[in-house]
Design a protein around this ligand. Structure first.
Ligand SMILES: *Cc1c(COP(=O)(O)O)cnc(C)c1O
Length: 447
């Protein structure tokens, strides 16, 4: 009964996978984790340089988080969150409000990122409905956006790979041509432009602003789009447009929150606040499924009335406010509270970016190396001068990924973009190792 991957394939339908691929590359069954390392059932060691889908923040089996969850499980595992509460959830709000962008003070709990996006969308629609703007029914989002996989979140998303087939089921979202700094249509450079591309957002607001209830945005970093990075000024411009047209600004910080971009939240780089922020992934350090949609007093007040006025937000998830997840989330904030983890990560990010540039930029198929915080992405192109992409069917990123696995590095790519998004605690030796392994794997495939 040893063969774990055979037993897996007998039953399990894995996420975001063509299961036929598993015939050639069977699932790697992980038995144990320790810091940035994972160990499979044969004892082989891997460096988790994508933080187990961007959620592991402070290492696997982090002793402090383990302790907090163990302590909680002997006290209370779960309790209904309507009319009941629990200490860990209350403590979490008290801790988080100190680090959130200003004005965000009312916390709505869900159990995964997509669910928090749905929550934010429904809240935005209902807010306008109850404040005399029932015509505001539509949503705006950027090209190549990713906001999750449930129907509302998928509608807001702009990655055809995930949504194309479902289009007949989806909402009609206003799509704004977002920033594309590597292939800037204005021929400008993200380091010194004035976000001329925000013109496209202005045009969309002029046309559709009156019928729009909310704009969703992944601040500074469009993850699933291929780790596309754009300047903070763009967020400021969106903030101004949202104010001008009475549109709610929803910050999807599910991937960017918790220090991934060098600050606690990506909006912190822009010096403006969203009206709703969605958090998940790093929120529990990658321990438990939990998410939050945090909003302002103003939005909260639009739902506060006598019961029979019918203004309540009748949105719920069974596991809202789960104390185990909250205990992990509290431990994460305790670990981050003195600032040293983030400071150290930011120092290391300079080194990480430097060695990646040195190792990769000279390669004939490396179009761009871009970075924010500890996140570094390498966009592979067929031709450096024309920036012509590889045909998706060649699955270049996937080929590199398979080679890197042999070297004990988990790189799971996004199309032609390979990237590093490691736990904040990764050290320099591991940075050296993963970049060498990635380069060797790239050379295996592209010479
Ligand atoms: C992961 C992610 C989501 C969806 O979260 P799930 O927990 O996978 O549903 C939404 N938005 C962004 C930016 C994400 O990275």
């Amino acid at each position: 009964m040893e063969n774990w991957s055979e037993r897996d394939l007998k039953y399990i339908w894995h996420p975001c996978s063509q299961m036929k691929d598993y015939a050639e590359l069977p699932p790697i069954v992980i038995e144990r984790g320790d810091g940035v390392y994972l160990y499979d059932t044969s004892g082989k060691k891997y460096i988790d340089v994508i933080s187990s889908w961007w959620c592991n923040l402070l290492g696997h089996c982090n002793p402090k988080i383990n302790e907090a969850v163990k302590k909680q499980i002997d006290e209370l595992e779960h309790v209904i969150f309507a009319n009941f509460s629990n200490k860990r959830a209350i403590e979490l709000c008290e801790k988080l409000i100190k680090v959130l962008p200003s004005g965000l003070c009312k916390f709505n709990f869900s159990d995964n990122g997509s669910a928090s996006i749905e929550c934010a969308m429904k809240m935005s629609f209902q807010y306008h409905y109850q404040t005399g703007a029932p015509k505001k029914k539509r949503f705006m989002a950027l090209t190549d956006a990713y906001h999750g996989e449930t129907i509302g979140a998928l509608s807001a998303g702009g990655c055809d790979l995930y949504s194309e087939i479902y289009k007949p089921m989806l909402m009609d979202v206003v799509r704004i041509d977002g920033p594309d700094c590597y292939r800037c249509p204005y021929g400008l450079c993200r380091d010194n432009c004035s976000c001329e591309c925000a013109q496209k957002a202005e045009e969309a607001f002029e046309k559709y602003g009156d019928e729009t209830c909310a704009l969703l945005v992944e601040p500074l970093l469009q993850g699933s789009a291929g780790m596309k990075i754009y300047p903070p000024l763009y967020l400021k411009k969106l903030r101004n447009l949202c104010d001008e047209y009475n549109v709610i600004l929803i910050a999807d910080e599910i991937a960017t929150g918790y220090g991934r971009t060098g600050k606690m939240f990506a909006f912190g780089h822009a010096g403006v606040s969203p009206d709703i922020i969605c958090l998940s992934k790093g929120l529990t350090g990658g321990y438990m499924p939990m998410s939050l949609a945090v909003t302002t007093q103003k939005i909260y007040d639009a739902f506060y009335a006598d019961y029979n006025d019918g203004k309540a937000f009748m949105h719920s998830h069974t596991y809202s406010g789960n104390p185990l997840a909250c205990s992990a989330a509290n431990a994460v904030l305790d670990i981050l509270s003195d600032g040293s983890v983030l400071k150290n990560a930011n120092n290391n990010s300079v080194y990480f970016n430097k060695i990646i540039k040195e190792k990769f930029e000279g390669h004939k198929n490396v179009g761009e190396v871009r970075s924010i915080g500890l996140i570094n992405a390498i966009e592979l192109v067929k031709d450096k001068t024309s920036k012509e992409p590889f045909e998706p069917g060649l699955r270049i990123g996937y080929q590199v990924y398979k080679k890197a696995l042999n070297r004990g590095v988990i790189l799971r790519p996004l199309g032609n973009v390979i990237y590093f998004n490691p736990p904040l605690i990764i050290g320099k030796d591991d940075m050296d190792y993963v970049t060498d392994a990635a380069l060797a794997s790239l050379k295996d495939i592209l010479g």
